[in-house]
Design a protein around this ligand. Structure first.
Ligand code: OAD
Length: 239
């Protein structure tokens, strides 16, 4: 059987069972922090130290040995290693759990940026970063202070890789949406854009806002439903 071009979109729900908080569930990040205070360019201009503290804490969490890719991340790594057609894994997550499950994969695109990357708004220098940042941290490229920021897409900013995503959506035949509430655009609009052109499947703890738009919706924890779904997909490809 020939494999349809595949897009998998993931959100915070896929990392929840690895110990990382989602945004909009009970006790989620946006219940404990105001979006306008930590995740906009205006917030960074107003109080960069506060914004740095928010992302420093989240970056530090990734160094905790207890935070590891879970069975859903590993299942997607198997899917991407074996899929015989074009395949793109678009994640809204800024954690590095997909990266650890499928190191070096060219199929992975972090559309909302990455916690472990920073860039300088002065000279444009970007690099990997594992430690803390503060307004006093000098840029390793130009030595300026106050110009380094997390390489995260904040509200009001353009997501990364949109040209590549648009091209993949154009030819997509199978779309999986995993662990996302479907509340943030443009990702929330991918399923609607594919309607009538591709098979669309949602795998989420609960129906998302746009659940009714999918060809199929499967509810459950990512570690419990994603591995089985992936095995079924791969066995169909072998038939
Ligand atoms: P949300 O917190 O909005 O949604 C997480 C979804 O995961 C919810 O629908 C949950 O029901 C589901 N979920 C929770 N635990 C799960 C589990 N164990 N298995 C499967 N599903 C589970 O997170 P996102 O949709 O990723 O953007 O949020 C999208 C964007 O909004 C984020 O990238 C972030 C945020 O503001 C920026 O910061 C720019």
């Amino acid at each position: 059987m020939s494999a349809p071009p595949l897009i998998v979109l993931t959100g915070a729900g896929i990392s929840a069972e690895s110990g990382l908080a989602t945004f909009r569930d009970n006790n989620g990040l946006w219940e404990r922090h105001r979006v306008e205070a930590v995740a906009t360019p205006e917030a960074f201009a107003r109080d960069p130290a506060l914004v740095h503290r928010f992302y420093n804490a989240r970056r530090a969490q990734l160094a905790d040995p207890a935070i590891r890719p879970n069975a859903a991340h590993h299942a997607l790594a198997r899917l991407f290693a074996a899929w015989p057609g074009p395949a793109l894994l678009v994640t809204q997550n800024v954690d590095d759990l997909h990266d650890r499950a499928m190191p070096g994969s060219a199929a992975l695109l972090h559309m909302h940026g990455e916690l472990k990357k920073i860039r300088c708004t002065g000279c444009g220098h970007g690099r990997e970063w594992a430690g803390d940042l503060s307004p006093q941290t000098p840029c390793p490229g130009c030595a300026a202070t106050g110009t380094l920021r997390p390489d995260i897409v904040w509200f009001g900013e353009m997501p990364l890789g949109m040209e590549r995503i648009e091209a993949a959506l154009h030819s997509c035949g199978l779309f999986l949406s995993i662990g996302t509430s479907g509340q943030v655009y443009p990702a929330a609009g991918f399923c609607a854009a594919l309607r009538g052109r591709a098979r669309t499947v949602e795998l989420n703890l609960e129906p998302s806002l746009g659940s009714h738009l999918f060809s199929e919706a499967i509810q459950g924890k990512a570690t419990e439903i994603v591995p089985g779904y992936v095995e079924t997909l791969l066995s169909k490809q072998k038939q």
